[in-house]
Design a protein around this ligand. Structure first.
Ligand code: G
Ligand code: G
Ligand code: MN
Ligand code: NA
Length: 254
């Protein structure tokens, strides 16, 4: 496949970058963390969506390299912001199914901590329900090992998979990220309101942080805060931006 071989060139030519999206606490009115989101600017096709190139990177055997690169860069960026006096608690980094299954994954994470010198408490790894549930015993062991180092885990796209609640409470998790499909119609959909209420309750019971994704309007935000969801991510606050642009926003007091 052409796009696949283009990826090899793209890596060499610096076509991959990370954008960062703030995770915001509307009560304290402060940014608590950022999610790193990978971008590929193809010289001919322009921006290739991650939904396209992440699966390609997996089948091309490049996800390990790209994932490692993303993790280290996100850690270094957080520390760069520290040096500029912009303190963010954590960087949240997506982990694909194949990365998670790779036996080298735990050492990749440990190496990122050692090489960058970041506090492991400041790394959140985002995995989906299906990654957790694919092999729950393996997942549990891996999460326990890395949690012992201080690394934290978030369940991404929560509500779209089929995680068993029994398993959910047995994993050492820090955060649920409720998928944006439940947020979009929140102001009008009684169903989505009920789902958000249920997830808020679940997060409270399991003592997990809850982040709402894809918050685009003040109305959605109002409904979320009224329901007790205290962390939000979405275009209402800020799009995912290149680090330089986000630095400017931070310095202008976002
Ligand atoms: O911003 P957005 O279109 O970028 O992201 C789309 C999807 O791509 C998300 O589901 C996200 O989890 C995934 N994604 C973005 N960056 C990364 C990354 O660095 N690694 C992995 N595995 N997935 C990513
Ligand atoms: O799957 P994951 O949650 O990792 O990816 C987050 C995705 O959501 C990214 O593609 C990001 O660009 C996108 N995103 C972030 N905020 C918003 C938003 O407010 N609205 C929409 N439609 N997408 C968003
Ligand atoms: Mn994510
Ligand atoms: Na998500």
């Amino acid at each position: 496949l052409k796009l696949e071989s283009d990826m090899h060139n793209g890596i060499r030519n610096g076509e991959f970058s990370l954008h960062y999206q703030p995770i915001y606490d509307p009560f304290d009115e402060r940014v608590v963390g950022i999610e790193a989101l990978m971008r590929w600017q193809h010289p001919v096709h322009g921006a290739v969506p991650p939904g396209v190139f992440i699966p390609l990177a997996e089948s091309a055997g490049l996800i390990g390299f790209l994932g490692d690169w993303a993790l280290r860069n996100a850690c270094m960026q957080l520390m760069q912001w520290d040096r500029l006096g912009i303190y963010l608690e954590y960087a949240s980094v997506n982990v694909s199914a194949q990365q998670f299954r790779d036996t080298r994954f735990p050492s990749v994470v440990r190496d990122a901590v050692t090489l960058t010198g970041i506090s492991p408490r400041r790394i959140v790894l985002e995995i989906t329900e299906s990654v957790l549930m694919h092999d729950p015993l393996h997942a549990k062991g891996l999460l326990e090992d890395l949690t012992a180092l201080g690394i934290r885990f978030a369940v991404d796209d929560f509500g779209t998979g089929y995680s068993s609640l029994a398993y959910l409470q047995s994993f050492p998790l820090a955060t649920l990220k409720i998928d944006r499909r439940f947020i979009t119609d929140l102001p009008t959909s009684r169903n989505d309101q009920a789902i958000v209420d249920a997830v808020v309750g679940l997060a409270r019971t399991l003592e997990l942080q809850l982040v709402a994704e894809g918050v685009e309007t003040q109305e959605q935000l109002g409904m979320l805060t009224a329901r007790g969801c205290h962390l939000i991510q979405g275009w209402l606050i800020c799009k995912a931006l290149p680090s330089a642009e986000l630095t400017e926003k931070f310095q202008q007091g976002m």
